[in-house]
Design a protein around this ligand. Structure first.
Ligand code: URA
Length: 225
């Protein structure tokens, strides 16, 4: 059982106070009966809740695409820094978590959900889900070694990655590329670049599997999927 206003704000994205106003106007029915009290308890799985005649279905899971800004940790709680979950302010769900980790200084695509099964599928090493990063480094890039796999100090070399060099600026000794990897080892992109003698100066994830960062999503913004 769950309060009607909680149910509606979780399922619709309206804030609790917006929901309360809507309920009080008499636009909401539960099992066909008008309900004007936001605190009314309903069975979220069985009750048929409608707003202006349109049924609002129960959905246990939420999915958010976040354009992670720098300065936030990819965790659910942290003593020192704000977390990526803190950014999802419109959700009432208490069990949201990030699917995988981006370093505190990395930006870009992060999926935030409470769907553990999906997260497991996306993160399982055997599934080799492709992740593409936009990378800026100091140094001049050359893609040959990346495609062969690199020894970054793990038991096995990294599995072949794909690098698309975007810019090499010999005068300023800087380069940029898209790097696509199929694993998610700790600091993997930075360690791969280090192995190539380069230092990452900017890192942003642009895709994960079939999910591509929405180019209209500003840094620090998110949208429900
Ligand atoms: N590789 C890194 O080095 N850092 C990230 O945040 C993600 C991939």
């Amino acid at each position: 059982m769950i309060r009607l206003d909680k149910f509606l704000s979780e399922m619709s994205g309206w804030t609790r106070s917006e929901v309360k106003k809507i309920v009080r106007t008499g636009s909401v029915t539960v099992d066909g009966n008008e309900v004007k009290k936001p605190e009314t308890k309903i069975d979220e799985k069985l009750s048929i809740v409608s707003v202006d005649g349109r049924q609002i279905k129960y959905n246990k899971y939420e999915y958010y695409m976040l354009n992670k800004p720098k300065g936030f940790v990819s965790a659910t709680t942290d003593r020192e820094n704000k977390t990526v979950v803190d950014i999802i302010s419109s959700s009432e769900k208490k069990d949201l978590f990030p699917v995988g980790r981006l370093d505190i200084d990395t930006e870009g695509l992060l999926l935030i959900t409470n769907d553990g099964e999906l997260a497991h599928r996306l993160l399982a090493p055997k599934n080799h889900v492709e992740k593409t990063y936009y990378v800026e480094v100091s140094g001049i890039l050359d893609d040959v070694d990346v495609e062969k796999g690199l020894d970054i100090g793990e038991e096995k070399n990294t599995i072949p990655a794909k690098m698309e060099i975007l810019k090499t600026d010999i005068q300023n000794n800087i380069s940029s590329c898209y790097l696509t990897i199929h694993e998610g080892k700790f600091h993997q992109v930075k360690r791969m670049m280090k192995k190539l003698g380069k230092t990452v100066t900017y890192l942003k994830r642009v895709s994960m599997g079939s999910l591509i960062l929405d180019s209209k999503l500003k840094k620090g913004n998110y949208r429900k999927l």
